[in-house]
Design a protein around this ligand. Sequence first.
Ligand code: NAD
Length: 314
Amino acid sequence: MGGQRIGIVGSGLIGRAWALLFASAGYRVQLYDILESQIATALDELREELQQLEAKGALRGNLTAAAQFELISGCTQLKELVQDALHIQECVPEQLQLKRSLYAQLDDLLEPQTVLASSTSTFMPSLFSEKLKRRSQILVAHPLNPPYFIPLVELVPAPWTTEEAVERTRLLMLTLGQRPVVLRREIQGFATNRIQYAILNEVWRLVSTGIISVADADRVLSDGLGMRYALMGSLETAHLNAPGGVADYFQRFGGEIAAVSATYGPTPDMGAEAETLAEIARQCEELVPLEALPARRAARDEFLTRLAELKRQF
Ligand code: NAD
């Protein structure tokens, strides 16, 4: 990757995670933030995090923690960040107006060889790129948290994004050891959240109607479906679950799936269903009290590393 430059705009949680990923593959990374103090904090935390990852044997890539840290620097000018960059990864807060005004600024600076990707979890790329001169170089590259341990990145083009920009980003993600998926056109929620929300909706309905507890609903995933889904998706799971493969599976079970699906009921409005929300929060906090969340997150990340190793052998 010898010295190719990556610019990261926004040095919060996700910007830092991208910095680690790009440095692990040997790219030179510059971190920009509107708050200069945030850049210094980010660099301090990244140095510490790299050392911790190395000590735990969880450091990615072939370079030492010190060598990876050497590749990361701060940058206080957008113009300098964009100059000669191979790729810019935008990681500013999830506010459409903020993104729009930032992209308008970047549009004047972006060079023809640079792809500009947004980490946004929710905004379709057309929402912030439509009016821009460089709009064909802009797309979404949506990671899942924590990106260092979860390899999926969703690539979502706007109608005017070139195939070349998508393909270059896909290849770039592969050099990081990430596992990109490409949506052929943009859609609200992309693929991950659409599937995630379908699950959340049904879990909510099952809990709110008193059919199952929070702990048991979560166990259906963590001790059941998720065991398989960590290895293969729902369609390959179906493919393996009938003697004649997936066509046989849907011929046998398609009617049953449609019959059950017809009983799902309306989409819940989760923020507005105060009683259910309070009950779900109560049960969740019984399982993991709020003060225990940081420790539980750390345990999750540690086990995700081990799971990632195990998955590489599958
Ligand atoms: P964050 O609040 O941790 O960090 C945002 C950073 O952007 C801050 O350091 C802030 O100072 C900086 N910033 C604000 N305005 C700026 C500007 N105009 N120019 C440069 N920097 C600016 O946010 P985050 O959680 O890292 O999220 C960043 C993006 O990543 C969002 O679009 C979010 O949807 C997406 N994302 C977040 C997660 C997650 O779990 N947090 C997961 C996937 C994607």
